[in-house]
Design a protein around this ligand. Structure first.
Ligand SMILES: NC(=O)c1ccc[n+]([C@@H]2O[C@H](COP(=O)([O-])OP(=O)(O)OC[C@H]3O[C@@H](n4cnc5c(N)ncnc54)[C@H](OP(=O)(O)O)[C@@H]3O)[C@@H](O)[C@H]2O)c1
Length: 279
């Protein structure tokens, strides 16, 4: 039986694919091109092109479990519903959805898919992680390198930053265990951190000053738009920073089901070359 990883080369699926490979689990990874690194097997899949939704099942008729990341658009549920219904008709029995700590079932974005899965006669798990360490490598890195700063509209708000390796440990069990133990786990890292603290940690590790630049919501939204984010998505990201500023992440942290082992400092140490200053 085969596990299909949607977004198979992304931040969360990469460590998960490695764990499944080590366990000799038959696997198929999707990307928009179908290209994936060796030794994995890839297939073309694009959320924004429904004609690609059947391709994984045409390549492998044994797919029975799916790791789902949402389409990169704000209103992500309509395409997810189409795909989930199709996957069930092709024999899929279990879905592991990557949702987010602050997103309740039935809430915005992945919350709708979470709620939908809970109404179906399938096994499912909706992972609800905090913010990924890997954002510092793929989203905040250019600014750190060029301007020695992290920007946010979170003020003194605290976050439970977590490694995607810790998330992958939970996802692995949710995909391979005989029974899904927890359908709604909130997953956090081992520390609650403000961006001031994170900037101080980066300063120590990189041995140059990295600042946390506290932006207003309007300024933060503009930074997101300038990076190429659609207006509505930038608005949502700004709203999330506002929730963090008001303590929503901290509240979530205190009711977490899984506390990861990897620390942000060790992650910074292991990847410090990635934030070498540019002239
Ligand atoms: N970052 C965080 O802190 C955080 C925290 C909690 C939850 N989340 C949630 O995590 C999800 C993102 O997961 P991730 O970070 O693992 O993904 P990611 O790193 O953004 O990876 C994207 C993956 O999806 C593929 N992809 C890109 N565009 C696609 C499209 N239109 N259709 C199908 N595949 C596409 C990419 O490959 P190609 O580009 O080669 O196609 C890649 O394999 C989001 O729903 C986000 O809300 C993120």
């Amino acid at each position: 039986m085969t596990i299909l990883l949607i977004g198979g080369t992304g931040k969360s699926a990469t460590p998960l694919a490695n764990l499944l490979l080590q366990a000799n689990q038959p696997l198929l990874l999707t990307t928009r091109s179908g290209n994936v690194p060796a030794p994995f097997k890839g297939v073309r899949f694009d959320w924004l092109n429904p004609s690609t939704y059947t391709l994984p099942f045409e390549l492998d008729a044994n797919i029975d479990r799916v790791y789902l990341i949402a389409p990169p658009i704000l209103v992500s549920f309509p395409p997810m519903k189409v795909f989930v219904d199709l996957a069930i008709s092709r024999g899929v029995k279990r879905f592991v959805l990557l949702s987010a700590g602050m997103v309740e079932p039935g809430g915005p974005a992945m919350g709708k898919a979470h709620e939908y899965l809970s109404t179906l006669k399938v096994e499912y798990c909706a992972l609800r992680p905090s913010w990924f360490f890997e954002n510092f490598l793929f989203q905040y890195n250019e600014r750190i390198k060029a301007k020695d700063e992290i920007v946010s509209a979170t003020g003194d708000g605290l976050l439970g930053y977590v490694s995607t390796e810790d998330i992958a440990d939970v996802a692995f069990k949710a995909l391979v265990d005989d029974v899904v133990e927890h359908t709604n786990p909130i997953i956090v890292g081992p520390e609650l951190l403000s961006y001031d603290k994170i900037a101080a940690m980066l300063t120590e590790v990189l041995r140059r000053e990295i600042k946390h630049n506290r932006l207003t919501p309007a300024e933060f939204k503009q930074v997101c738009v300038d990076k190429g984010m659609p207006e509505d998505y930038a608005q949502m990201m700004t709203m999330l920073d506002g929730f963090i500023a008001q303590g929503a992440e901290e509240k979530n942290y205190r009711r977490a089901d899984v506390v990861g082992k990897r620390t942000l400092r060790a992650f910074f140490e292991a990847n410090k070359e990635a934030w070498r200053a540019v002239d």
